[in-house]
Design a binder for this molecule. Structure first.
Ligand code: ADP
Length: 259
């Protein structure tokens, strides 16, 4: 009888191993699929500005008697396409660096109020250009153990988006609070908002909503994936609440001491 028992246990273990193996194979397949999708997205995103540059340069090169104004106009367009390429590549480099686990985080105890105020100070000119009121609300000093450079970029992305996707004369409010466990930063805007069915997709690489896809104000579609990655690396979380035509609230929670 004892033998039989051992035998049954053995079978269970083999089945368990089989399940674990299948699970791992599925995971590898998913990783490979997302890698292929990423490469294809990157190629597409880089190709679009390159094609524009090609059309613009060729029309200048092969056209006779091009007026000076046309040269100027086309070079301005080429220049902005080069800027776009530059932005995509530098965002991609940031993402790749975030994914490299061997690059350590530089964790230091940081005053979150000072950090947020420094970000806002840098963004005042951007808000002023659109006559957007930037409001900062905080009631106490909050200290967290974070990689300040990385989190600064993550929070800047949220505030820059709030300004970018809010029409002239609107309002962007940044609120800092904390409880015993978490510090919470929320970025609230009175902007164009995000449709319900798109709210979960905006954190994906290169995703841009239907409303903003063809806009001049457009960025790379990588900002929120950088923010998401960074928040996760700090053992934090991020949520979005939004209503089309009314505005959005992005909320980030970071454990006060996550080490
Ligand atoms: P982008 O560089 O295009 O701003 P992000 O990754 O930062 O890319 O954001 C992805 C998309 O999410 C944006 O293109 C935009 O469609 C939408 N989005 C992000 N923040 C906001 C916001 N505050 N209000 C409305 N839409 C937003």
């Amino acid at each position: 009888q004892l033998d039989q028992k051992v035998d049954v246990k053995g079978k269970d273990e083999i089945a368990e191993l089989g399940n674990a193996f299948n699970h791992m194979a599925e995971q590898l397949q998913r990783v490979e699929h997302s890698r292929q999708e990423f490469v294809s997205n990157v190629s597409h995103e880089l190709k679009t500005p390159l094609s524009s540059i090609k059309v613009l340069t060729e029309s200048l090169l092969f056209q006779e008697n091009v007026p000076v104004e046309m040269y100027k106009e086309f070079f301005m367009d080429i220049n902005s396409e080069v800027d776009r390429l530059n932005n995509i590549i530098s965002d991609l480099l940031t993402l790749v660096r975030l994914d490299q686990t061997e690059v350590p985080m530089n964790i230091q105890t940081t005053n979150l109020n000072d950090m947020t105020q420094a970000i806002l100070k840098r963004l005042i000119p951007l808000a002023k250009k659109k006559d957007i009121k930037l409001i900062y609300q905080s009631h106490k000093e909050i200290f967290v153990d974070i990689d300040e450079v990385k989190l600064t970029l993550a929070i800047s992305n949220l505030i820059e988006n709030a300004i970018k996707y809010t029409p002239e004369g609107g309002e962007v409010r940044v609120v800092l609070q904390s409880d015993l466990q978490d510090a919470q930063i929320s970025v609230e805007d009175t902007g164009i908002g995000i449709a319900k069915d798109e709210q979960s997709k905006i954190f994906e690489r290169f995703y841009r909503t239907d409303k903003t896809r063809n806009r001049e104000t457009g960025g790379t579609g990588l900002g929120l994936s950088i923010t998401y990655r960074t928040v996760i690396m700090h053992n934090g979380s991020i949520q979005v609440e939004s209503e089309e035509g009314k505005g959005s609230i992005f909320t980030v929670q970071i454990p006060i001491r996550h080490l």
